[in-house]
Design a protein around this ligand. Structure first.
Ligand code: PLP
Length: 509
């Protein structure tokens, strides 16, 4: 029997209990972070529980018992992002208060495009944007506009789109064709969403110029200015600089003061992608990394990363009121219009979307629950863990080597095979680099299959694959956990290395 109105209420109650149990067990380190199954094995597991993944035979509904079985399996075979061993990406454990708020937002199902349809969620969104603007400081505190958006990628898109409309006001109507050849600039370490924004805004990736960085991942201002001058010399029209606060891999910060001065000189829009790094504005000890960010024309900030809000919770802010409406507004008369109640509060026509979730409410409730001081503690804890981890790598007697001194809460490092110690990338022969390129993924794979810590790896420029550990929403992680992790990584490394040297074993490398 499929659920009826009554039984679906019961089902919600039972699912809630399962979820509460799941949340309580998140810190349990004996549970694997991930149970690795291939797509066919997943099909089998669900089929065996009487609720196959395929919807092919779902003409009639499914009974509550099987639905509950599916919920259990979804919990069991999903990656445990709430585990202290989930160190893979820039999001991690979602805080329970904001999870409850997320549920409330879904239960209300109010669409935050008009005040009429979502009075509370609209008022809350305005308040939260005010608070984020105040964290940035003047002139944002007094004058700003903004939106909650479905992610940092969209914020970067809005940055380019607004800048484009300011530089070429006819663009919205005329399109790219027949207009000036516009060019934008980002750093070589900038997030790939800038690239996507370049192709969806019609700018074209040829016109998004990549500027080299220093070793810590910050853009080189002289190189930027040279590139701007070169573009002007061939008749192109520079209009946008996409900076980054906290690059995805190294955690680098661009020098915002210098960039703002260049942008003022050349009349360019400065956008800061602070999806990952803007959170350090919340800590009096670390906010200096954002120095000069208040001069940016717009800024992206993802509370769903370091601050631990559940996906998705991301904000776009600009210090130019009216620009969102001017660049994105379509004045759909069935929805918007000044003759409607409190229409001046409507947010919908500022966006490129129609329906909108009340994501700001999650951050509002979380802020009320923990205060700015609570967020500062969270950010500072992440920094402390990163400092501890970096020190442990330095003190490992050559077992591990840092890729680059840390600027933020990303630590990039290699496990080094014994004959290659001590390792420095600059002087390493190319065979050594080739070896590291293979050893790193082999260790990751071992760890993944053991359900041990998930830590991402990637190459960067000429540097071969290295681990990048990140401390996002990391209050449940202790320094001892990291010491244990490094010991285990060394053991995995030795295992991989020995297996690779025994010809009769399955070659690992
Ligand atoms: C994560 C990230 C993004 C993209 O944000 P989404 O919310 O995943 O779209 C953009 N820039 C940087 C620097 C990021 O770390």
């Amino acid at each position: 029997m499929c659920p009826t109105a009554d039984t679906s209420q019961d089902l919600i109650g039972q699912i809630t209990l399962l979820l509460c149990d799941y949340l309580r067990s998140q810190g349990d380190q004996s549970q694997p972070v991930s149970r690795v199954l291939g797509p066919e094995q997943l099909q089998q597991v669900f089929a065996a529980a009487g609720i196959p993944l395929s919807l092919e035979d779902s003409h009639e509904g499914t009974a509550p018992k099987e639905l509950l079985a599916a919920v259990r399996l979804a919990l069991q075979y999903s990656v445990r992002t709430g585990s202290p061993k989930f160190l893979n990406q820039l999001y991690a454990r979602a805080d329970p208060i904001s999870l409850a708020a997320d549920w409330l937002v879904s239960a209300l199902n109010c669409n935050v495009h008009t005040y009429e349809a979502a009075p509370v969620l609209t008022a809350v969104e305005v308040e939260v944007l005010d608070k984020l603007a105040a964290c940035i400081g003047e002139p944002y505190t007094s004058t700003h506009d903004g939106l909650f958006v479905p992610g940092g990628s969209l914020s970067n898109y809005y940055g380019i789109h607004l800048a484009r409309n300011r530089a070429d006001p006819q663009y919205k109507q005329r399109g790219s064709y027949g207009g000036p050849c516009m060019v934008a600039f980002t750093s070589e370490h900038a997030h790939y969403s800038y690239l996507k924004a370049a192709f969806v805004t019609g700018l074209g990736t040829d016109n998004l110029i990549s500027i080299p960085c220093d070793a810590a991942g910050g853009i080189l201002p002289d190189k930027l200015e040279q590139a701007i001058n070169s573009a002007k010399a061939v008749g192109k029209v520079p209009f946008f600089v996409g900076a980054t606060a906290g690059t995805t891999v190294l955690g680098g910060f661009d020098p915002f003061q210098d960039l703002a001065a260049i942008c003022t000189r050349h009349n360019l829009w400065l956008h800061i992608d602070g999806a990952w790094g803007a959170a350090c504005l919340l800590s009096p000890r670390h906010r200096h990394l954002m120095e000069g960010c208040e001069q940016a024309d717009s800024l992206a900030w993802n509370p769903h990363k370091l601050m631990g809000l559940p996906l998705q919770c991301a904000a776009f802010l600009t210090r130019h009121p009216g620009m969102l409406k001017a660049s994105c507004g379509a004045n759909a008369s069935y929805l918007f219009g000044e003759d409607r109640l409190h229409a001046d509060y409507d947010l919908g026509d500022k966006t490129m979307l129609c329906g909108r979730r009340g994501d700001a409410f999650k951050l509002w409730l979380e802020w009320k629950a923990y205060g700015t001081a609570g967020f500062a503690r969270k950010v500072e804890h992440s920094f402390r863990l990163a400092e501890h981890f970096e020190k442990a790598v330095r003190a490992s007697g050559g077992k591990f080597a840092l890729v680059q001194a840390r600027s933020y809460v990303n630590v990039c490092f290699w496990w080094v095979p014994p004959p290659m110690r001590p390792f420095t990338a600059d002087s390493a022969p190319s065979e050594a680099l080739d070896t590291l390129a293979k050893v790193t993924p082999a260790i990751k794979s071992k760890m993944q299959h053991a359900g041990d810590a998930l830590i991402n790896f990637q190459p960067l420029g000429s540097l071969p694959n290295f681990f990048r550990i990140v401390f996002s929403s990391a209050l449940s992680i202790r320094e001892e956990d990291l010491d244990g992790l490094l010991n285990r990584m060394d053991q995995y490394g030795q295992g991989v290395w020995q297996a690779a040297r025994q010809p009769d074993l399955q070659p690992m490398l």
